[in-house]
Design a protein around this ligand. Structure first.
Ligand code: RP5
Length: 183
């Protein structure tokens, strides 16, 4: 991790349980790539409600700018956190065993008017997008972060274009043992 990523966190990644970690790690990886200082904490709305209130209430004073909150099932963490801070909160629905994360998604997205939570997709894709969305929010007032987001987007485009060129080459000249030979 670079010096910048180790300095005072701008993004707080919180999750309801350590079992959410494989999903939320995707957000941390993106923020690390973009050299955005962040922290990862376990904050449960149901099992540690006092700690959740304390974390959310102190977040702004601690210098955090955006909170990414991931939870599964009765996923109250993003909404309850948003109710105790004016910082933007992005909710990541974590997949669940029985309802596959639909429960998490609906718990996060169906907030009452007045308490906003930005809900992203279920699972790691959502965590990736939560981090990119947080970076874009920070990029509104930080040109360096905005440029890193731009480079990330350009690199992604280049990767897909390269995959397309490789696929096109493969279609023109299938390797020996390919489908044409088996027919
Ligand atoms: C939620 O309950 C957590 O966010 C997690 O997704 C889910 C299950 O937690 P564990 O029983 O795995 O700790 O609060």
């Amino acid at each position: 991790m670079s010096r910048r990523a180790r300095s005072a966190p701008l993004v707080g990644i919180i999750m309801g349980s350590t079992s959410d970690r494989p999903v939320l790690d995707a957000a941390a990886e993106i923020l690390t790539q973009l050299e955005i200082p962040h922290e990862v904490r376990v904050v449960s709305a149901h099992r540690t409600p006092d700690w959740m209130f304390e974390y959310a209430a102190r977040a702004e004073r601690r210098g955090l700018k955006v909170i990414i909150a991931g939870a599964g099932g009765a996923a109250h963490l993003p909404g309850m956190t948003a109710s105790k801070t004016v910082l933007p909160v992005i909710g990541v629905p974590v997949p669940t065993e029985h309802l596959k994360g639909m429960d998490s998604l609906l718990s996060i997205v169906q907030m009452p008017g007045g308490v906003p939570v930005a809900a992203v997709a279920i699972g790691r894709a959502g965590a990736v997008n939560a981090a990119l969305l947080a970076a874009r929010m920070l990029g509104i007032s930080d040109e360096k972060i905005r440029e890193r987001v731009r480079r990330h987007q350009q690199a992604q485009t280049a990767t897909v274009r390269a995959a397309d060129r490789a696929a096109a080459r493969g279609a023109q000249s299938p390797p020996s043992g390919g489908s044409a030979k088996r027919e």
